[in-house]
Design a protein around this ligand. Sequence first.
Ligand code: SAM
Length: 244
Amino acid sequence: MYKNMAVLYDELMDDIDYKEWYLYIEKLLDKFSKEPKKILEMACGTGNLSYYLAMNGYDLTCFDISSDMLSMAYNKLNQFNNIRLIEQNMIDFKINEKFDAIISICDSINYILDEEDLLSVFRNVKKHLHKDGIFIFDINSHYKLKNIIGNNTFIEDRGTIYYTWQNYFDNSENIGEFYLTFFIADEYGRYRRIDEEHLQKAYQIEEIRELLEKAGFSTVYCFDEFTFNKPGEQSERINFVALG
Ligand SMILES: C[S@@+](CC[C@H](N)C(=O)[O-])C[C@H]1O[C@@H](n2cnc3c(N)ncnc32)[C@H](O)[C@@H]1O
């Protein structure tokens, strides 16, 4: 669960180019001949993609389960009047509207740990999409969660933030456990400690495809990250597009 770490999120993600990510989404919309007006972004976090979507004029609704992440998003997005932010859970969200596109990026879907819950997410998405709508999301691949993040520890000293990220991969449940500890320096050089635990489920492409079809999507495409290529065995991020 993203709590105290929310204030550090943007700094920790500074290697991710959200503008490029936004442009990739535009390319996907183009490829599938979609020109959405109303977009729902699920698990928007601190609003990094939302910022580009709002700036480019979409009528945007964003939600996240974490009020801490949403308050960071609010600071970034309250300059726009074509956006609303709400606190909801992907598993049972209810918005009395339908959308032309529903988007969720940056492995938010891996936070759904149980297949039944993931089916509820997908059914809910289907319910909130117009008939010819498009659903775009990505996952951290099974390969990445098991072999790259896996049973590894990462340590980084960024000057004012020092952190350790210890990971375990549970082979029986296919769940990556991440234990993060941050030490953040204040203006007097004193360090405050923040601990967070995150769990991500490692799904196989076929499992996701099956659940999407069960939820009523008739066509499912998947691509290796930020391309239109088929994912390979060592793809780290897999983008899905579900239609129909
Ligand atoms: C890795 S962050 C990605 C945030 C954002 N999409 C981005 O690109 O920066 C994962 C996000 O998923 C949210 N999340 C996790 N489980 C959720 C759920 N069940 N419903 C809604 N949001 C959820 C977290 O609070 C967090 O903001």
